[in-house]
Design a protein around this ligand. Structure first.
Ligand code: RIB
Ligand code: CA
Length: 309
């Protein structure tokens, strides 16, 4: 079977870094390019981190910098989780991968135009770049197979009691994506909180005994420390690679096709995804929502990708 052409839009970020590795190394996927969006850190930080991880893991694809603020101009870093650099916990190499001269939106458009097959967009940060792309290049929508995004939640949030960070950072962008009419798959906290980095995973990383695995252990130990401090979760959820893994093997998750909307005006709930699991509002289903994770299949894909670097 031909590899699936994908573009990864991300905000590295510890889990984004692992998503980059899985997206680049699994043979079922053809990573056309990486674009960055501010989220876990400011745009310069997350873009430098993307270039550093690409250098470390020998990921040689175009990398382009994207939006530094949300559509409405908001910006906040998640230093409490990802640290000052947005990727604290290990010494990372100086980047050898040059930055594209294109803006992220223009790189996405270029890669889709040049692809002889439809392209799947994977978003693991706020959806600002994806929304801007859809608005600026509507003519390219027919060449998008699907948008898979890590974001939202059918239950509680993590940035606020009911809003998940990526959606909370740019709810207007999420609205553009949710109303796009394109095939959508949402990997929210319901499924990503099943991708916990437990001691057995650290043991597997330890056994690899490579330069990359040692750096990943350092990064994930930092991620575990902050998650425990902030959320009392000693085993941190590796959110973003779930969005990549399901494109490699759809049985990694169990999904439900339901209506998903985003709250734009709630005083305390702005940025919350309203996932209508029992169709109580009678609105049309617009999104496949991942709710269950096959943990062993997920970790087998993730660990195999790290070993292959
Ligand atoms: O809420 C978790 C999401 O926000 C993940 O994508 C993490 O990297 C941050 O971007
Ligand atoms: Ca992310």
């Amino acid at each position: 079977m031909d590899a699936l052409p994908i573009i990864l839009d991300c905000d590295p970020g510890h889990d984004d870094a692992l998503a980059m590795i899985l997206a680049a190394k699994n043979p079922a996927l053809k990573l056309l390019g990486i674009t960055t969006v501010s989220g876990n850190g400011g745009i310069s930080k997350v873009t430098l981190n993307a270039r550093r991880i690409a250098t470390l893991a020998n990921i040689d694809v175009p990398i382009a910098e994207g939006a530094g603020k949300s559509i409405l101009g908001a910006f906040e870093e998640a230093n409490d989780i990802h640290g000052e650099s947005a990727l604290d916990g290990a010494e990372l190499p100086e980047p050898k991968i040059e930055l594209s001269l294109l803006h992220a939106v223009d790189l996405i458009a270029k890669l889709i135009r040049e692809s002889d097959k439809s392209v799947t967009l994977i978003a693991t940060g706020p959806l600002t770049n994806i929304a801007l792309f859809l608005k600026m290049h509507p003519g390219l929508k027919p060449k998008i197979s699907e948008i898979v995004f890590m974001g939202g939640s059918a239950s509680r949030g993590n940035r606020t009691p009911y809003a998940e960070f990526n959606i909370w950072m740019d709810p207007e962008a999420a609205e553009v994506v949710l109303q796009s009419g394109l095939p959508l798959t949402m990997c929210g906290l319901d499924v990503t909180h099943q991708a916990l980095v437990t001691p057995d995973i650290f043991n597997e990383l330890d056994k690899m005994n490579s330069k990359l695995s040692k750096i990943i252990i350092g990064l994930l130990k930092f991620f575990a420390k902050t998650y425990d401090e902030v959320f009392e979760m000693p085993d941190p959820p590796l959110h973003d690679p779930v969005a990549v893994a399901l494109l490699i093997d759809r049985t990694v998750v169990k999904t439900r096709m339901v209506n998903v909307e985003v709250e734009l005006s709630g005083t305390l709930t702005r940025g919350a995804t309203v996932v209508d699991l029992h169709n109580r509002l009678g609105r049309s289903a617009n999104c496949n929502v991942a709710l269950e994770l096959d943990r062993s299949k997920f970790w087998n894909l993730m660990l195999t990708a790290i070993r292959s670097c």
